[in-house]
Design a protein around this ligand. Structure first.
Ligand code: CP
Length: 336
């Protein structure tokens, strides 16, 4: 296992290939743990994990909390609607309050890009020893989702040894609302770091041309890329063309809550051109899996029949894999 140098996990752009290998290796070990009976490890005994979600979540928050409990941490969660934010307390003062209660690891989700990084910066500057894990910020980054997607794909291609190498040369199609997707951005960093060739597909309103250069330059704020050689990214507007030769297809939720203007003609039109169905997948091999980070707009991004088809859909597997991947992240940050 490589040396882990991260105090916080804010963005996968900062991850090296060794970092991905470390997370996948640990996640595979935690995935093999029994899920009933004696299922707790003592690794985080005496540590406090606090989840601060300023934006709704079902999967990320619950699985971070479950992951923390499986490592024997104490868990504390914050709910903005019933907090003193409504009395005018600032976000930073709110977070400092939880740090004063002894939080060791903070999992932060916020609708604004940069909030977890800004909190990490302010806490570091004031000498706090707390780690910040980004649970999703604005359009920017959702690192634990990118890692669980990577783990799910690696297990699909190499069930016994799900390493980054399992992704090398694989063609992964990401279709849908890339513009508003922090999941897509995190997946672009993770998949290309592991040598996958990513094909992005969607209408120009949801997939600007600039995305083809997304990983071409060093990540923002870094003088060089921590990954020596990345896979490729290209845009294909026609979904049937994109699907030809795909090894896996990831579809994204239409994030209507982030759309500030009319970007679609209609949901029916979108589904006809960019929705996944069994018929559409005939372009791919019979074993090509479908992923979706959830929550799903059934019948829009993919048909209900496809979502519920265990031979094709990895959506439940992604949720299951979220727990060992988040255990790995908590374990590594607590150890560091
Ligand atoms: N994929 C994801 O982030 O789901 P939640 O919003 O339910 O956490």
């Amino acid at each position: 296992m490589s040396d882990w140098s991260h105090r916080h996990v804010l963005d996968l752009a900062a991850f090296s290939l060794e970092d991905y290998a470390t997370v996948l290796e640990l996640a595979q070990r935690f995935r093999a743990m029994p899920t009933s009976g004696a299922r707790k490890l003592p690794a985080l005994q005496g540590r406090l994990v606090t989840t601060l979600f300023f934006e709704p979540s079902t999967r990320t928050r619950s699985s971070f909390e479950l992951a923390a409990k499986r490592l024997s941490a104490d868990v504390q969660s914050f709910s903005p609607s019933s907090s003193s934010l409504s009395k005018g307390e600032s976000l930073l003062d709110t977070v400092r309050t939880y740090v004063a209660m002894g939080a060791d690891l903070l999992v932060v989700r916020h609708r604004c890009t940069g909030v977890p990084a800004s909190l990490a910066h302010d806490l570091d500057a004031s000498g706090e020893r707390v780690s910040v894990l980004n649970g999703g910020d604005g359009l920017h980054s959702h690192p634990s989702q990118g890692l669980l997607d990577l783990f799910t794909l690696a297990r699909q291609f190499a069930p016994e040894a799900p390493t980054p190498e399992a992704l090398r040369g694989r063609r992964i199609v990401i279709v849908g609302d890339v513009l508003h997707s922090r999941v897509a951005r995190s997946n672009l960093w993770a998949l290309t770091a592991c040598g996958a060739d990513v094909v992005l597909c969607g209408p120009p309103t949801l997939l600007p041309e600039a995305f083809s250069d997304f990983v071409a330059a060093p990540p923002p704020g870094q003088s060089s890329d921590p990954v020596a050689r990345r896979g490729s990214v290209r845009i294909e507007r026609d979904l049937d063309q994109a699907l030809a030769g795909a090894d896996a297809v990831m579809t994204l939720r239409l994030q209507k809550e982030r759309m500030t203007q009319q970007l679609l003609t209609s949901l029916e039109h979108y589904h006809r051109h960019y929705g996944l169905t069994h018929a559409r997948l005939e372009r791919c091999g019979a074993s090509v899996p479908v992923l979706h980070p959830g929550p799903v707009n059934r019948g829009v991004e993919l048909s209900g029949a496809l979502l519920d088809d265990p031979r094709r859909s990895l959506v439940e597997e992604q949720v299951t894999n979220g727990i060992p991947v988040r255990m790995a992240l908590l374990y590594l940050l607590a150890a560091s």
